[in-house]
Ligand binder design. Sequence first.
Ligand code: FAD
Length: 385
Amino acid sequence: MKAIVIGGGIGGMSAALALEKAGIATEVYEAVKEMKPVGAAISVWPNGVKCLNALGLKAQLRALSGNMAFMAYQDFASGATLTRFSMAPLVRQVGEYPSPVARAELQAMLIDAYGRERVSFGKRVTQVEQHESGVTALFEDGTRAQGDLLIAADGAHSVIRHSVLGEKVERRYAGYVNWNGLVETDASLAPADQWTTFVGEGKRVSLMPVSGNRFYFFFDVPLPKGLAEDRSSVKADLRRYFQGWAQPVQRLIDAIDPATTNRVEIHDIDPFSRFVSGRVALLGDAAHSTTPDIGQGGCAAMEDALVLASSLAAHSLGIEDALLRYEARRVERTRDLVLKARKRCDVTHGKDPAATAAWYQELRQETGERVLAGMCETIEGGPLG
Ligand code: FAD
């Protein structure tokens, strides 16, 4: 059996590794000539970590991960701590560490584990054709690839999704802009072993440790879509949006490098229930595109990969049946994640100002128990428990 994997992102590479581990040959086709991931870093939560462990990447991932031993929320104006707690109870309950990693390093780890020379870069799929015994991918450069099945891991803007669903879906603007990047750790910004988030005015500023004495930082601001802002104005924009915020936030704005700071208008897609058509299966953001508010998009793509491989490994009723089993095991789980993230997004970003004000109050009383319980529920809902 040979699977054609379209897209060499987190989803496509996890899928290719998982399929090969299950004894299924793969070919990976990636549109860009050189991977330049959008977003500086990503938190791989223990459900994602367990998937990467199952792919044999435990030691590599651990080496790239920051030590997120504590979590804290700070008041936006005074900088005072609203709540601070240890992540140890979460690790004890779910049996793995949350693992924030630089995105380029995670991407490189996955590609190198598969074999960089085996990935066909610069191959943009334009169309997919199915026939009785297999699938053909047609590329922009006029070439084709044949396989028994095709995994569409071509991201949130998937060109293959339409042919699986039979209809076009629109991305939904979530109402806020996210700036993100990496800076050196600095105790005057936040403790190096803590995920620190300043909250107020429906905005947030977050610092999360990754390896190599670096923080992954991000700023969120509720804004209209399509503003004329880019890297050239990033410091002035952030100074304006975060005027009056605490000293560490001002120092962070001073410290960032505009050339490597990303500005992303955050979107998601209303969940849909069809991931498969015949021998073609959607995976990762192509199947379920979420806001990053619970940090689960990439983790869900890793989960998809493992479930896909285990469904295909037990394909006694044929490939099409196995893919439908994959779909049946993933639709509800990923719908839950997308909707949970959307809910969190709205509370965090002041969609209903009263609900956001109530959340700020709750944080003052938070001991960690409720936040960690919510995280554990999300993590333990994954296919590896
Ligand atoms: P992508 O990463 O989009 O990869 C798709 C690949 O397909 C790309 O390489 C693209 O070039 C290629 N491609 C596209 N079209 C074609 C084509 N026609 N032919 C061939 N190749 C094609 N997730 C987490 O788990 N934790 C986090 O903390 C987290 N933080 C996030 C923060 C931000 C700001 C954002 C925007 C997202 C975050 N996510 C996070 C979500 C995560 O980034 C995505 O869910 C994940 O990257 C999805 O992987 P993917 O492989 O499905 O898609």
